[in-house]
Design a protein around this ligand. Structure first.
Ligand code: AMP
Length: 542
């Protein structure tokens, strides 16, 4: 072999913040903290303060490889901590504060976290878990001064970092060192830890910045509506530094009114978030008559986005919706862009593709297999389980011996995503369901996602959830739960009419029930397990 003669420079997360601090020093980073104070800072200041965080971690005895956790909103301090932890070679463990206290305690113990950064809003969580998490030596409260707390060894962030000098240079790490640790939501079984290396973060961030990814570049003003604890904020905190984009971190208030205000004030051009966020933004825009002309593109994912949402955003507000699919194990796995051929098709054909969950993005290979592990035809209608592999797809879980999620074939290891999907000849994927949520009626599959997405197209329906409930004759049949818009009347027939043109007649729900609220998981997905439990014993109408 003739080796390439390139320089041996490692792909490190510190290289991202270093680049932004050097080349986009005065570009704005604007953040609202949990007390509602707006901080206007820039990439140079974020870099310096991240270096202070690293210095402070060093003096706490944190070593490379040690896990350091965050329980925090999207704000500038969380961003500094992102880079301060990873820059030093310790591992950024972002925790979803919406999990139950016992789950958080389990995760902190499993990760063996040594230090935790906690937002004042989440002090009750930290106080509740502290007695069960002895590995945590220090709790750093993300505030100017230390609030009243029963936490042992608690310090205030601003005092803690101000006492330190910057570290002069980021350590030269091996790019295979762990950079981040993020646990899957674990609605069934214990959560599983996904460890991303520096190399993986840099590569996936690059993919995110490409035109077919999120097209993050220095001309963008980005509003991060994805929590930084959900899959590293879909890599956008890293992509913003890699490209030197303006970044707006909204803090705890993710209400539609707050998001719309920030889009207008900060001339936001790109944003990302789960469908529920955008459904509420659209509803707010309709109610108030406000407009968001600066916003050109959003990435929607995490759960399936209804087509009606995309149509409204594009037709009424001029916002292109990129429907992405991904998971903690790989961040972004697909992206919804039109190929050159598709740009020449009529709008209806384009929209049909847009409603699917994008196409394979370079770096994540996707494959569909049946129950015997045989490849399923890419005909746009045959469902199979989606497998994935690639340099930033998790190849194993953190300290998990009994890993049934990876399968080996002659050609290497694949991750079983647990998603049932179809793929068409052009490579567009459509997520039929999570394999555990698909409704099995008479041996055939009904997509709960399809029922939900078409039901929200009915006038007056704000949100919908379909679950398979036991049925004497068919095994399972779909029960549709709907949340109505304020002042809307429940009209069963109208909802069925909205669904009918899009699905086979035997897919139509056997019962529709109006509910006040649909429960969501900590990352904004419909909590189907809770719904199935709540409606267990449901009697079908005769
Ligand atoms: P998480 O690891 O919490 O981000 O969850 C990943 C799961 O979210 C995937 O395995 C899918 O089931 C679901 N998901 C993500 N994006 C989409 C999408 N665009 N359409 C449907 N489901 C999605």
């Amino acid at each position: 072999m003739l080796r390439g003669l390139n320089m041996d420079r490692q792909l490190l997360v510190s290289g991202l913040i270093e680049y932004a601090g050097r080349n986009h020093s005065t570009t704005d980073v604007i953040a609202t903290d949990s007390s509602g104070v707006v901080h206007r800072t820039n990439w140079s200041a974020i870099r310096s303060r991240a270096q202070q965080v690293s210095a402070a971690l060093l003096s706490e005895g944190i070593s490379p490889g040690d896990r350091v956790a965050t329980i925090a909103w999207n704000d500038h301090r969380h961003l500094e901590v992102y880079y301060g932890i990873t820059g030093l070679g310790s591992v950024l463990h972002t925790i979803n504060p919406r999990l139950r206290d016992q789950q958080i305690a389990w995760i902190v113990k499993h990760a063996d976290d040594q230090l935790v950064f906690v937002d004042p809003d989440f002090l009750p969580v930290a106080e509740a878990i502290a007695p069960d998490t002895p590995s945590v030596r220090t709790w750093v409260v993300l505030a100017n001064e230390l609030p009243d707390t029963s936490l042992p060894n608690a310090v205030a962030y601003e005092e803690w970092i101000n006492e330190r000098k910057l570290i002069n240079e980021w350590p030269l790490l091996d790019e295979w060192c762990a950079a981040t640790l993020c646990y899957t939501s674990g609605t069934t079984g214990d959560p599983k830890g996904v460890v991303q290396s520096h190399r993986s973060i840099v590569l996936q961030t690059w993919a995110t910045c490409t035109g077919d990814g999120h097209d993050v570049n220095s001309s963008q003003s980005i509003l991060l509506a994805v929590p930084m604890f959900h899959v590293n904020g879909w890599a956008i905190p890293f992509a913003a530094a890699m490209s030197g984009a303006k970044l707006v971190l909204p803090g705890p208030d993710l209400s539609a009114a707050a998001l719309v205000r920030q889009i207008q004030e900060e001339q936001i051009t790109f944003s990302a978030g789960v469908p529920t966020i955008w459904l509420s933004v659209v509803q707010h825009l309709k109610e108030t008559g406000l407009d968001i002309p600066s916003l050109r593109r959003i990435a929607v994912g995490g759960s399936a986005a209804p087509r009606s949402l995309m149509d409204t955003l594009e037709d009424d507000y001029g916002v292109f919706v990129s429907h992405v699919w991904g998971m903690t194990e790989m961040t972004q796995g697909s992206a919804g862009r039109f190929t050159h051929r598709v740009t020449g098709l009529d709008r209806e054909e384009q929209r049909r593709r847009q409603a699917m969950a994008g196409r394979e993005l370079y770096g994540v290979e996707l494959r569909l297999v049946d129950e015997d592990g045989e490849d399923v035809t890419r005909d746009g209608s045959s469902p199979g389980e989606l497998l994935a592999r690639g340099p930033w797809v998790a190849g194993a879980y953190f300290e998990l011996d009994d890993d049934t999620t990876h399968v080996a074939d002659g050609d290497g290891v694949w991750l079983r995503t647990g998603d049932v999907a179809t793929m068409d000849a052009e490579g567009y994927i459509a997520i039929v369901d999570r394999s555990k949520d698909v409704i099995k009626s008479g041996g055939e599959w009904i997509s709960s996602i399809e029922l939900e997405n078409t039901a929200v197209g009915a006038a007056g329906v704000a949100e919908a959830a379909a679950v398979g409930m036991p049925h004497d004759r068919w095994g399972e049949r779909p029960l549709l739960l709907v949340v109505l818009e304020p002042d809307a009347k429940f009209e069963r027939e109208k909802i069925l009419e909205a669904i009918k043109p899009h699905v086979a007649s035997w897919w139509l729900p056997d019962a529709i029930v109006a509910v006040d609220e649909i429960p969501h998981t900590g990352t904004g997905k419909i909590n189907k397990k809770l719904l199935r439990d709540k409606f267990s014993g449901f009697e079908w109408p005769t």
